[in-house]
Design a protein around this ligand. Structure first.
Ligand code: 9WN
Length: 436
């Protein structure tokens, strides 16, 4: 079974490989996505270090002059909507060299750098050299990305990252965003046709048409100001402090700081360690003492966004004081989350099954996303909680035993949902299989 799972996962990644990049999934997402690429590179490094390096290199080639790593790189025509004609990145005040979207996604890239380096060193020889040369040579680019996030997305230094579209959170239609979206009222806009719903078994597994109208409205708002960050902050209808993105920035900055130190960049290392501390503190301050969950904030109204979404466990990602971590761990394994009695597999659902907003089949409103389980298990291992990491891994591997490598799963029945042969799901499996 174990060997079959690893073989099948590697076959999925080969099938989605265009040579220099891996598409996020064969039909639904036929391009390179930013945070998908990092997870994919972690998995591929277990098979080929040079190929993992190529993956990250192709993403970095799309970096904007500002330092932003865009959320999608469009390198070939496809029916994906919204494609480059709607994003119009060429109109940006400082346009990127490639055709890309105009927003970003959470910065999990330094996790991939660390994994590639570790795997290269474990294998030794040319893999070691390839990994070390790659990290040393591309550190300036990755540092610029983290620096841009810290400066442009937290200009006042609160330790929380602002986002301008829920696609930036990576959890597009999570209940986290229901309130801010209830205040986004699209005006007249160029008509469009969704293509995403053609690639899933049933429309209800995807966001609604109403949600899509708002998503595209926000894209149009950003194009209208030519992606000028200052202007976007003033004009965009969706303006939110994202606690999970912030936790990932804290973790990512800590890791890139360690890499900078190792490669002799002491000033960069000190700067990144400050960034990590700032965002870790921001996340800790966002924990609601009553629920124990971290909370986003709507920056237009000032309102705290209470929701029973997985992002509430942001401190488990960023790291926090021992008592905060202990409470979060207990909650995560408790009856409202992984320990809910109706769950088929004890891995974190995207929304608590005990919450009113829980929808077992709709995208980020209930289903379990294996890549999120991988992230929580990886972070737990890093933060010294091998027990939690091992539990999550074991359950997740059971879930993936159907070999569909689905994008997400119905938490109650265990049925595969969304895209099949999703690259980051296969990558998570490959990495888990290699854990000792
Ligand atoms: C929009 C590729 C991406 C993931 C996101 C996930 C989904 C895109 C979409 O797919 O979003 O970015 O078209 O629905 O929500 O996290 O990176 O796998």
């Amino acid at each position: 079974m174990t060997a079959a799972l690893a073989d099948a996962a590697a076959a999925v990644l080969r099938g989605n490989d265009l040579g220099h990049l891996t598409v996020a999934s064969p039909d639904l997402y036929p391009h390179q996505w930013s945070w998908d690429t990092a997870f994919v590179a972690v998995g591929i490094s277990r098979v080929s270090v040079p190929r993992a390096v190529a993956e990250m290199t192709s993403l970095l080639a799309a970096q904007w002059p500002s330092g932003m790593i865009p959320h999608i790189v469009f390198d070939r025509p496809s029916a994906y909507f919204p494609g480059p004609e709607r994003w119009r990145s060429e109109l940006a005040i400082e346009p990127p060299a490639l055709r890309t979207s105009g927003i970003c996604q959470p910065p999990v890239h330094s996790l991939a750098l660390a994994c590639i380096l570790q795997e290269g060193r474990r294998r030794g020889g040319s893999d070691r050299r390839t990994a070390e040369d790659f990290v040393a040579g591309t550190l300036p680019g990755w540092l610029a990305w983290h620096r841009w996030l810290a400066a442009s997305r937290d200009p006042e230094g609160h330790g929380l990252v602002e986002i301008h579209h829920s696609w930036e959170s990576g959890m597009d239609n999570s209940p986290r965003w229901d309130f801010p979206y209830s205040r986004v009222t699209p005006g007249e806009m160029e008509p469009f046709t969704r293509t995403d719903t053609r690639h899933v078994g049933e429309v209800r597994q995807r966001p609604t048409d109403e949600e899509y109208r708002r998503y595209i409205w926000l894209v149009d708002q950003m194009v209208a100001v030519r992606y000028d960050e200052e202007a976007i902050r003033k004009t965009i209808d969706f303006h939110v402090a994202d606690v999970f993105f912030s936790a990932l920035l804290a973790l990512a900055a800590e890791i890139i700081g360690e890499l900078a130190e190792e490669f002799g960049r002491r000033a960069d290392a000190a700067e990144m360690s400050e960034v990590a501390a700032r965002f870790r503190a921001g996340v800790a301050a966002a924990v609601d003492p009553e629920t124990g969950l971290a909370t986003d904030r709507d920056l237009r109204s000032g309102r705290l966004l209470h929701s029973a979404a997985l992002s509430g466990f942001a401190p488990l990602i960023s790291g926090a004081e021992a008592d905060v971590l202990a409470r979060q761990r207990e909650l995560l394994l408790g009856p409202d989350w992984c320990g809910h009695r109706a769950l088929r597999h004890a891995v974190p659902p995207s929304t608590s099954p005990a919450a009113a907003q829980f929808d077992r089949r709709r995208y980020w409103r209930g289903p379990q996303w294996p890549v999120m389980t991988w992230l929580f298990s990886w972070a737990a291992r890093r933060h010294g909680d091998a027990e939690l990491a091992g539990r999550l891994r074991e359950e997740a591997l059971r879930q993936l035993g159907d070999l569909s490598f689905a994008e997400y799963y119905d938490p109650l029945s265990g049925q595969a949902l969304g895209s099949r042969a999703q690259s980051w799901t296969a990558a998570a499996a490959l990495d888990w299989m290699a854990w000792s």
